[in-house]
Design a protein around this ligand. Structure first.
Ligand code: DGY
Length: 304
C-alpha cells in the first residue's frame, strides 16, 4: 500500500498505525499542480486543510480509495468528485473541540481587552506606568456573546461564555433570516463556528457587518471565506465594529493589507487546534481511518 501525506505530521503517528505501507510525505505549501505529480501511484491520501484535493488531483490518482483529512473541516476536498469516484473521505471531529473553543475565547479576550496593544507597549520600552485611562477595553460580564453555529465547537465556546458571566445567543446556519438579524443586532461579541459551505461563504459581507451592533467585535476561528475581509476593513474603519479577532483568512495564508496595519484586530495563523496533544490525536485518527479501510473495516468518521 502506498500513502501520500500532504504535510509532515506529529510523530509517532504514521509508522506504527500504517506499518508495512510505503509513505511519502510532502512539504508545507504544496499546491494542486505539485500534488498531481505525486499521487499517480498512491492508494490513499492523508490530506491537510490548505491542500486542495480537487477533481483534477483525483483524476491523476486513479488508485486512491480514501482521502483521510487531518482536520474536521473538509472544504479543501471536492466531496462530490470523491463520491463520483467511490473515494471514501474521512475527517477528525471531536478531538479538537476544546482546543479550538479555547482559542476562540483567547481571541475574544485578546481583542476586547486589547492584549496585543498592551504587549506591544511593554515590549517597546516606552511604557511609563499604570494610568487610569490607559488601553481601556470592554468587560465581558453581562454582555451578549452571539454564536453563529451551535455544533461541537460553538457549544464548547458557549460553556466558556457562561463561566465569564455572558449571555449566549446561538444561531445555526439553517435558522431563518429573522434569527440571523437578531444575532447581528444583539451580539456584543459575535463568534463564528459554522463550516464553509456554499451557504456560509461570504455570509458576513458589507450589508451584514453594517447591521451588527455598533461597537461590537467579530471573532472568526472557523473558515476565512465566511467573512468578506474588504467589508470587514470597511466596518472597522467606519467604527461600526470596534475590533476583530481572526484565526482564519479569506485567501489564506494571505491577509488583507487593510487588516495587517490595524491595531484593533488580533491576527493568528490558523492555530485553533494547535496543541501537541490535539494535533497528535488528529494525525492518529486520520492514519487509523486509512488502516481501517485497508483492513476492510468501516470508517469511524466518514463524510463522503
Ligand atoms: C480543522 O480541523 O478544520 C481546522 O481548521 C484545523 O485544525
Amino acid at each position: 500500500m502506498r500513502i501520500y501525506v500532504t504535510q509532515p505530521l506529529p510523530e509517532p503517528s504514521l509508522g506504527d498505525l500504517l506499518e508495512g505501507a510505503t509513505i511519502e510525505v510532502g512539504e508545507s505549501g504544496i499546491g494542486e499542480d505539485q500534488l498531481i505529480g505525486r499521487v499517480s501511484e498512491v492508494d490513499a491520501i492523508l490530506s491537510t486543510p490548505p491542500v486542495p484535493i480537487t477533481a483534477r488531483v483525483l483524476s491523476a490518482a486513479p488508485r486512491v480509495r480514501i482521502v483521510a483529512n487531518c482536520a474536521v473541516g473538509t472544504d479543501n476536498i471536492d466531496l462530490a468528485a470523491c463520491r463520483d469516484r467511490g473515494v471514501v473521505v474521512t475527517n477528525t471531529p471531536g478531538v479538537l473541540t476544546e482546543a479550538t473553543a479555547d482559542l476562540a475565547f483567547a481571541l475574544i479576550l485578546a481583542v476586547t481587552r486589547r492584549l496585543h496593544e498592551g504587549e506591544a507597549l511593554v515590549r517597546s520600552g516606552t511604557w511609563t506606568g499604570w494610568k487610569p485611562l490607559e488601553l481601556l477595553g470592554v468587560s465581558l460580564e453581562g454582555k451578549v456573546l452571539g454564536i453563529y453555529g451551535a455544533g461541537r465547537i460553538g457549544s464548547a465556546v458557549a460553556r466558556r461564555a457562561v463561566a465569564f458571566g455572558m449571555t449566549v445567543f446561538t444561531v445555526v446556519a439553517e435558522d431563518g433570516p429573522e434569527r440571523f438579524e437578531e444575532l447581528l443586532r444583539c451580539s456584543d461579541v459575535l463568534t463564528i463556528h459554522v463550516p464553509l459551505t456554499p451557504e456560509t461563504r461570504g455570509r458576513f459581507g458589507d450589508a451584514e457587518l453594517g447591521r451588527m451592533k455598533p461597537g461590537s467585535f467579530l471573532v472568526n476561528t472557523a473558515r476565512g471565506p465566511i467573512v468578506d475581509e474588504a467589508a470587514l476593513v470597511g466596518a472597522l474603519e467606519s467604527g461600526r465594529l470596534r475590533g476583530a479577532g481572526l484565526d482564519v483568512f479569506q485567501h489564506e495564508p494571505k491577509v488583507h493589507p487593510g487588516l495587517l496595519s490595524r491595531p484593533d484586530v488580533v491576527l493568528l495563523p490558523h492555530l485553533g487546534s494547535a496543541t501537541e496533544e490535539v494535533r497528535l490525536s488528529m494525525a492518529r485518527m486520520a492514519c487509523e481511518e486509512i488502516a481501517r479501510l485497508f483492513r476492510g473495516e468501516p470508517a469511524n468518521n466518514r463524510v463522503a
